[in-house]
Write a protein of this length. Structure first.
Length: 521
C-alpha cells in the first residue's frame, strides 16, 4: 500500500461573524468533517471542485497553514501540522508550496521578476554560488517553458497572466516541493494561456513527481488533468473518485445537475433539465445535522433531515457518493479513504493517469476556439473598416460638393466685384450746415439728428439715430460720407436720408442720391 503524503481527517472549519461581546454572533461552517488522502507515489493531481462558497479555498488555506482548524487533523508525512515546531514548519513550507489564483496581485510591481527567485534563495538557502543559483533559476523556468533572458529582467506588468502563473510554478519548483497547492491557477487567464499552465502542471507531475492539490470550479480542466476529484457542496463531500468516472457518470443528485448545467457547443442540443431552486425560507429551515443538499434535492427524503449521509461505494473502484439513494450499498471507510490502488506495473498505471495526447487534443480545441474568436473579431473589424471606407467616400463626396459650392460662391463674388467696379461712383453730397434755432432747442440744447435709411430690410425701415450735443445757436456740421459698404442687416435699395430735429420736425433732406451712409458721421 502506498504511504500517504497528505492526510486530512475530519477537518472542520467554522467562522464566526457579527455580534458584539458574544451577542448576536453567527457561525458559518465552511468545512465539515472533510477527509482526504494523497499518496507519496505516484504523484497525482487531486482536484477539489465545487461552486463558489463550497469550501475549496478554505481547504487550501488550511493545508498551507494560513488558518487553523476548528477541529480535525492535517497530517503531512506523518506529522500533524498543528503540532509542528518552527523548524518543522519551515521544512513543511519547503515541501508544500502554493500557486495562487491572481497572477497580478502576487507580484510587487516595483521589483523585476528575478527578485521573486532571489527571495526564494534567501529564505530557503538554496545556493551560495551565484552561478549555481542562476542555473537553478534557468532550470525552473525551462520546466515551465520559459527562458531567463526573456523574463528575468522584466517587470510584472510586462508579462502576460499565463507567464506570471508559470513563473510562480517555476519558483515553487526551485524548492523541489512534494506538493503544490494550486488555488484556481487558470481562472484569471484566457483560454490560449490556460494550455501552457495545465501543461506545466502535467510536466511537474510526470517528470518531477510533484503532486498537486488543484482547486477549481472549471470541470473541463479537472477532467483533462485530474487523477482524482472531490466534489464539494457547502463544505461536505458530495462525491469523489476518479475524475473521468465522476464527470462521465455522476451519482450524487447535486453533481448530476452540476454536470448537466455545463453548456455543450452544439446549437441543436437543447437543455431539457428543469432546475427548481428553493426559496430563502426553505434554505433557512434545512437541518444542520442532515444532508446539506436537502432543500434543493429532487430526491429528498425525510431521513435526509435527520441524518447526514455517509459515502456509499459505487460500481467503479474508489467511486463514492454521499446520498441515501444508495443506502443498499457498502459504506466507504471513513478513517482511511483510498481513492485508488497502486498498480503493480507502470503499464497498468499509464491508462489511469492518461497520456498528454487527450490533453493536447483538448488544448487544440481551445486554441481553435481562440482562433475562431480571433477570426470573428477580424471579420467584425473588416465590417467596421468597410463602414469606415464608405463613410470616408461619403465624406469625400461631401467635400467635393462643398468645394464645388465654394467655387460657385467665389465666382459669384468675383462677378459681384466686377459689377461693383463697373458701377460709377455715386455723387458725393456736400457737407451741409444746420443751425439750431431758439424755437427748436431742448433743455440741454441738444440737436437730435435722425438719419433714416429706407430699404428692403425685413420689410421695415432701417433707422439709425445720432445725437449731437450743441449749445444754442451753435453751428453743427453734419458730414455724410459716400462710398461702398452698407449697414448691418442687409443691402439698401435706393436709400435716401432725411434729417429731423429734436422734436421730430423736418430740418432738411439729404437728397435722393444713391448713397450708402456709414456709421461714422
Amino acid at each position: 500500500m502506498p504511504s500517504p503524503l497528505l492526510q486530512i481527517r475530519d477537518a472542520t472549519k467554522i467562522y464566526s461573524t457579527g455580534g458584539f461581546l458574544g451577542s448576536g454572533k453567527k457561525t458559518v461552517v465552511a468545512l465539515d468533517n472533510f477527509n482526504l488522502t494523497i499518496d507519496e507515489t505516484p504523484a497525482t493531481i487531486t482536484t477539489i471542485a465545487g461552486e463558489s462558497g463550497s469550501g475549496k479555498t478554505t481547504l487550501a488555506n488550511l493545508v498551507l497553514g494560513f488558518i487553523k482548524l476548528t477541529s480535525g487533523h492535517i497530517i503531512f508525512d506523518g506529522e500533524d501540522i498543528t503540532d509542528m515546531t518552527d523548524a518543522q514548519l519551515k521544512d513543511y513550507r519547503r515541501n508544500v508550496q502554493a500557486v495562487f489564483q491572481d497572477p497580478f496581485g502576487v507580484y510587487n510591481p516595483f521589483y523585476r521578476i528575478d527578485h521573486v527567485f532571489d527571495l526564494v534563495n534567501k529564505h530557503f538557502s538554496l545556493s551560495d554560488n551565484q552561478s549555481e543559483y542562476r542555473d537553478m533559476v534557468e532550470a525552473g523556468l525551462n520546466v515551465v517553458g520559459l527562458y531567463g533572458e526573456d523574463v528575468l529582467r522584466k517587470y510584472p506588468h510586462q508579462l502576460s497572466g499565463g507567464q506570471r502563473q508559470r513563473i510562480m510554478m517555476a519558483r515553487a519548483y526551485m524548492i523541489k516541493p512534494r506538493l503544490i497547492v494550486a488555488d484556481e491557477p487558470v481562472s484569471m487567464v484566457d483560454a490560449s494561456l490556460r494550455a501552457s499552465i495545465l501543461d506545466a502542471m502535467l510536466r511537474l507531475r510526470d517528470d518531477h513527481n510533484i503532486s498537486f492539490l488543484y482547486i477549481t470550479h472549471d470541470l473541463s480542466t479537472a477532467y483533462q488533468i485530474g487523477d482524482q476529484i472531490y466534489m464539494l457542496y457547502q463544505g461536505t463531500t458530495a462525491e469523489r473518485g476518479g475524475a473521468m468516472d465522476v464527470i462521465d457518470a455522476p451519482q450524487h443528485p447535486y453533481v448530476q445537475l452540476l454536470i448537466d448545467s455545463v453548456p455543450v457547443p452544439d446549437p441543436t442540443d437543447k437543455w431539457d433539465v428543469n432546475i427548481s431552486l428553493p426559496s430563502e425560507e426553505e434554505m433557512r429551515t434545512a437541518a444542520s445535522v442532515g444532508c446539506r443538499y436537502y432543500p434543493r434535492c429532487p430526491h429528498r427524503m425525510d431521513r435526509c433531515l435527520d441524518e447526514q449521509p455517509p459515502l456509499f461505494k459505487m460500481d467503479k473502484p474508489m467511486h463514492e457518493a454521499a446520498c441515501f439513494l444508495y443506502d443498499d450499498r457498502d459504506i466507504a471507510p471513513i478513517e482511511a479513504p483510498i481513492l485508488y490502488s497502486k498498480p503493480e506495473t507502470d503499464e497498468l498505471r499509464q491508462p489511469e493517469r492518461r497520456s498528454r495526447a487527450p490533453l493536447a487534443a483538448a488544448l487544440l480545441v481551445l486554441v481553435l476556439a481562440a482562433a475562431a474568436a480571433a477570426y470573428a473579431i477580424s471579420q467584425n473589424n473588416a465590417a467596421i473598416a468597410a463602414e469606415a471606407t464608405a463613410q470616408a467616400r461619403a465624406a469625400e463626396a461631401t467635400n467635393a460638393a462643398v468645394a464645388a459650392a465654394t467655387a460657385m460662391a467665389e465666382e459669384a463674388a468675383a462677378a459681384t466685384a466686377q459689377a461693383e467696379a463697373a458701377t460709377p461712383e455715386p455723387t458725393p453730397i456736400p457737407e451741409q450746415e444746420f443751425k439750431l434755432s431758439p424755437d427748436g432747442a431742448t433743455d440741454k440744447g441738444a440737436l437730435a439728428l435722425n438719419i433714416v435709411t429706407m430699404g428692403e430690410i425685413a420689410g421695415e425701415a432701417d433707422i439709425h439715430r445720432y445725437t449731437f450735443e450743441a449749445a444754442e445757436g451753435q453751428v453743427v456740421t453734419v458730414k455724410i460720407r459716400t462710398g461702398g459698404g452698407g449697414l448691418s442687416g442687409g443691402n439698401l435699395n435706393s436709400p435716401y436720408g432725411t434729417i429731423y430735429g429734436p422734436e421730430g420736425e423736418f430740418v432738411a433732406p439729404l437728397g435722393d442720391t444713391a448713397v450708402r451712409p456709414r456709421r461714422s458721421y
